[in-house]
Ligand binder design. Structure first.
Ligand SMILES: [Fe+2]
Length: 289
C-alpha cells in the first residue's frame, strides 16, 4: 500500500491536533518538540517489517497511530456504555495510543526499521524491512519510554502501564504484570486492557487491508467466501436512563449470569481445623521453621 503525500500530511495533522486537544499546554509543548524532531522520519516509517503483519510500508507508522487512537476513543465509549469504572479520561487513552509504538521511530539519530536489502526476502517472505542492527537492543516499548524521557515528557503511573502493556500477552515481559499471582498484583486500572484491545483492532484492520488487497499471497477472499455484499449493522440501543441500563447489563450478564454478583453473598466458612490438620499431614515431618 502507498499513501499519497497529502494523505501522509493528513495523518501528521491528526497527530498534532490530538496533541493539542488531549494534553496540558506544558505537555503539548514538549510533545510537539519531540514531533518536530521526528516529523520527517514519521512520514516514512512503517509500523512493522513484514507485509502480512501490518502496515509494512512508508507512512505505516502514522497510519497505525491514527487507527489505534480512533479505536481507543471508540473503546472508551464502549467501556462507559458497559458501566466500567474508569479512573482516567479520554486524554490518558490518547496519550497511550499515540505513544505505545513510539520506539518504532528508532533512536534520536537513527531509524528503527530500514528497507530490507535482500530482494529474495522481500519477494518470497514479505520481509520488507529489517530492524536497524546499529541500534542498542531494546524493546519497542522500552524505547518509547526512553524517547519520551529525552523530551522531558512525564506521565502518570496509570499512563505508563497503559502504554507499557499495549502488546498484552504478545510481549513476554508483560507476564509479570498480566499474570501476577495474588489480588494486589492484578491490574487495578482497566486502561492497559483498553489500549491493548484498541491496538488489536487497529492491527487487525491493517492486516485485513493487506489480506484483501492485490499484494496478498494467499486468496483469503476465496477461502473465507467473502462477497462484496455489505453486511447490515445491528442496531444496539443504549438506554439513557441508568436504571434501564443497569437492568440491561443484568440481562447480558455484567453483574453475573443471574445478576447476583453484587448482592450480599454468604461467604463460605473456612474450616480452620481441617486446614491445620491437612497442613500437618502434608508437611508435619518437615522441620522448616
Ligand atoms: Fe501498535
Amino acid at each position: 500500500m502507498k499513501l499519497k503525500v497529502e494523505d501522509l500530511q493528513k495523518r501528521m495533522d491528526y497527530i498534532r491536533e490530538n496533541v493539542k486537544e488531549h494534553n496540558s499546554k506544558e505537555r503539548a509543548e514538549k510533545l510537539n518538540k519531540m514531533y518536530d524532531h521526528f516529523e520527517e522520519r514519521m512520514m516514512l516509517a512503517p509500523a512493522s517489517g513484514t507485509d502480512y503483519f501490518h502496515n509494512a510500508w512508508p507512512g505505516g507508522y502514522i497510519d497505525h497511530v491514527m487507527n489505534i487512537t480512533e479505536a481507543g476513543k471508540r473503546m472508551f465509549n464502549l467501556y462507559l456504555d458497559y458501566g466500567f469504572k474508569l479512573s482516567y479520561g479520554i486524554d490518558e487513552v490518547v496519550f497511550c495510543t499515540m505513544h505505545h509504538d513510539l520506539g518504532k521511530l528508532g533512536s534520536l539519530e537513527e531509524d528503527y526499521y530500514r528497507p530490507n536489502p535482500s530482494e529474495w526476502h522481500r519477494i518470497n517472505q514479505g520481509k520488507m524491512y529489517e530492524v536497524n542492527p546499529n541500534l542498542h537492543n531494546m524493546t519497542v516499548t522500552d524505547r518509547a519510554v526512553y524517547t519520551l524521557s529525552q523530551f522531558g515528557v512525564t506521565y502518570s503511573e496509570e499512563e505508563y502501564l497503559g502504554l507499557r502493556l499495549a502488546d498484552g500477552m504478545y510481549e513476554e515481559g508483560n507476564k509479570y504484570y498480566l499474570m501476577g499471582f495474588g489480588e494486589s498484583k492484578k491490574l487495578k486500572s482497566n486502561l492497559p486492557q483498553l489500549v491493548h484491545q484498541a491496538d488489536m483492532i487497529a492491527t487487525r484492520f491493517e492486516t485485513e487491508r493487506y489480506m484483501f488487497s492485490e499484494d496478498a499471497n494467499i486468496p483469503y477472499k476465496d477461502i473465507l467466501g467473502i462477497t462484496d455484499t455489505e453486511q447490515e449493522k445491528v442496531e444496539v440501543e443504549i438506554p439513557d436512563d441508568e436504571d434501564e441500563r443497569n437492568a440491561r447489563m443484568d440481562i447480558i450478564g455484567q453483574n453475573g449470569p443471574t445478576g447476583t454478583h453484587y448482592k450480599e453473598v454468604e461467604k463460605p466458612k473456612v474450616d480452620k481445623d481441617y486446614k491445620n490438620q491437612l497442613f500437618e499431614d502434608l508437611f508435619g515431618d518437615k522441620k522448616w521453621f
